[in-house]
Design a protein around this ligand. Structure first.
Ligand SMILES: [Zn+2]
Length: 68
């Protein structure tokens, strides 16, 4: 007898994590992939445009859409 089993194991919850950096001087935003050591409100260098401080303002994950 064939039984319909919910395919729980097929849940492909792959996600990619992004880091958003923002310059406090000019508001320039930059989106890049997350690297280990990133955290929100970490000071992350100087802006190339205005030499203002760049802070990480957001870290979030986006699901990877399967290409089929
Ligand atoms: Zn700036």
């Amino acid at each position: 007898m064939a039984t319909m089993i919910p395919s729980i194991g097929e849940k492909r919850g792959k996600q990619i994590v992004y880091t958003i950096e923002e310059c406090l001087g000019c508001g320039e935003k930059n989106k890049r992939t997350f690297t280990v050591g990133d955290y929100v409100f970490k000071q992350n260098g100087q802006c190339k445009k205005c030499s203002g401080n760049i802070l990480i303002t957001m870290i979030y994950a986006e699901p990877i859409k399967p290409t089929q």
